[in-house]
Design a protein around this ligand. Sequence first.
Ligand code: PMP
Length: 308
Amino acid sequence: MASILDAIGNTPLVKLRFCETSVPIYGKCEHLNPGGSVKDRLALALVDDGERTGKLKPGGTIVEATAGNTGLGLALVAAARGYKLVCILPEKMSVDKRKALRAVGAHVIVTDNAPLDSEKNFRNLARSMAAEKGWFLADQFCNQANVEAHFSTTGPEIFEALNGNIGAFIAGVGTGGTISGCGRFLKAEDPSIQIVLADPVGSSLADWINKGEYGPDESYAVEGIGSSRSTDIMDRSVVDEAISITDEESFETALRLQREEGLLVGGSSGTAVAAAVRLARSGRVKKPIVALLADSWDRYFSQPWMNI
Ligand code: PMP
C-alpha cells in the first residue's frame, strides 16, 4: 500500500449470531476502517473533491463540523497529505473523540448543542469560520461527493458480498450520505431491496419518513445519527421506512455486539442492529438484512453507557 488511505473500505460483512431471527442479519464492519468509522470513506472523497476543484490548496487548512468521526477520517487524510485540520464539535459529543482528534494534531473547537437556526450551531460555525479565514470547508452535509463515495464503494461491496441476496439495508442518518449512496446503488441493482432508516427516539427524521412530517425534536444520547431536519444530500426517494429505537435499546444492543460477537462498535451500531432485529421479527423481509456498524467502541470509553 502506498499509504494508509488505501486501507479505507473493503470492510468485512459479518453474520450476527446473537439475534436468533429467522432471516440472517449481517453487520457491515465500518468500524474496521483505519480511522475507526464509516466516515473515512467520505473524508477521503471530500478531500479528493477539494483538490480536484482547486478549493483545497497544498498545505492548506481543512475545517469541518463533525460529531467526531468525520474529523478522525479527515485527520488521517490530512496527515497523509500534509494539510492542517480544524474540527468543530457540539458539546454533546464524547470527550474521547476530542482527545483522539487532539492526539492526531487537529485543532478542536467545542460549541454549544445549539439548534440549526443558531449561529453557535456546529455547522453554522464551521461555515462562518471557513468564510472568514479562507479555510476549505469539507462540507459533509452538502457535498454530493459524500453520497457518491457510498454509491461507488460501500453499496457495491455489500451487494457483491451477498451476491445480491439482500432483503434490506439498515443505517442511521447523520449526513444521509451512507443511506442515500448505498440506497441508490442497491435499489438500482434490485428495487425490491428495502432501505430502512434506524433513527433514535427523539430525532425528527423517522416521522418525516413514515408520516411525511417532521416529528418532535427531543434529546437523546446516541451520537452521530438523527436530526431535527434532513440535509441537502439526503435522498428521501430511496428510503422505504424508518424504525425508531430508544437509547436504552441502542446501548444494550451495542454492548451485546461487543460482548457476544466481539464486534467492538459504538452506540449507533446498536441502533442499526436493534432496528434490523425488529424488522426481521416483523416477518416482512424474507432475505438477509444488512445493518451498518458505523464506528468503533474506543471513542465512547468515557460515556456512562459503556459502564467502565
Ligand atoms: N448509520 C449509523 C448507525 C451511523 O452511526 C452513521 C454515522 N455515525 C451512519 C449510518 C452514517 O452517517 P451518514 O448519514 O453521515 O452517512
